[in-house]
Design a protein around this ligand. Sequence first.
Ligand SMILES: CC(C)(COP(=O)(O)OP(=O)(O)OC[C@H]1O[C@@H](n2cnc3c(N)ncnc32)[C@H](O)[C@@H]1OP(=O)(O)O)[C@@H](O)C(=O)NCCC(=O)NCCS
Length: 244
Amino acid sequence: MKTAQVALSPIDEMRFGIRVARIHELTQETLDETLEFCRDHAVKMLIARTPSQAIRFVQQLEDLGFRLMDTLVYYRRDLVRTPVPELQNAALTRPVRTGDETVVREIAAQAFQGYLGHYHADPRLDLAACDAVYVSWAERSCVDRAVADEVLVAELEGQLVGFLTLRRNTPEQVEIVLNGVAPSAQGRGVYRELVIHALVQSKAWKAQETVVSTQIVNLAPQKVWVRLGFEPFQSYYTFHKWFD
Ligand SMILES: CC(C)(COP(=O)(O)OP(=O)(O)OC[C@H]1O[C@@H](n2cnc3c(N)ncnc32)[C@H](O)[C@@H]1OP(=O)(O)O)[C@@H](O)C(=O)NCCC(=O)NCCS
């Protein structure tokens, strides 16, 4: 999980053609400086995450015109006390190889079309550009170690059908960042298999826990995580604030 100060987001500016800033943990203490930063940098849209338990602060944000776009729930899986579940070999799972990125792109395009995230929830953003966020993110994860430390892919009958990206947040903590299974292969346990491999990889890196998050309304991955021993521990609201 990132806890950063407010910063411009060149990648969002490129995607949507407007000046965008992001802050990963907006709090009462950082509100004034965040708004000042947006004024100084002529920001048109701010993407702000805030812990959902700070309800009075959330109401203050509503009064200031911040609009709720999604609710993220975080899960963690202990790797020290609880053994990693057995693989069921629902799919052949392996690290990504050069050349796989084209298929991973295609899987992301199918899996994330019209997704439930904060970009798609904002009626002011172009839907095709929202779809493209996940596609380019998945591709960059395969080819750029600054985006993901590892990408696992799953094959069924010789075809790549799923992917999962991993980031080492700290030596103790690994995060599953982006994951998707092609709609034609969903419901066959491919995702479960990928997540177990993610736990195996986390252990190989000697991490103590694996964390992951999704929109609270996205039930399919949460069912898989709970069955594999993940537990919820934190939630965030994502707001967009438009300055025009
Ligand atoms: C989430 C996702 C990766 C799951 O892939 P999958 O290979 O189908 O997952 P599995 O087969 O291992 O298991 C999924 C479980 O969720 C269930 N499920 C599927 N859609 C569901 C829904 N809309 N509501 C509730 N449960 C659902 C499946 O039936 C299965 O449970 P079951 O064993 O009781 O049948 C896939 O649906 C996907 O790519 N979704 C779009 C992108 C996405 O949401 N990525 C995850 C972001 S964190």
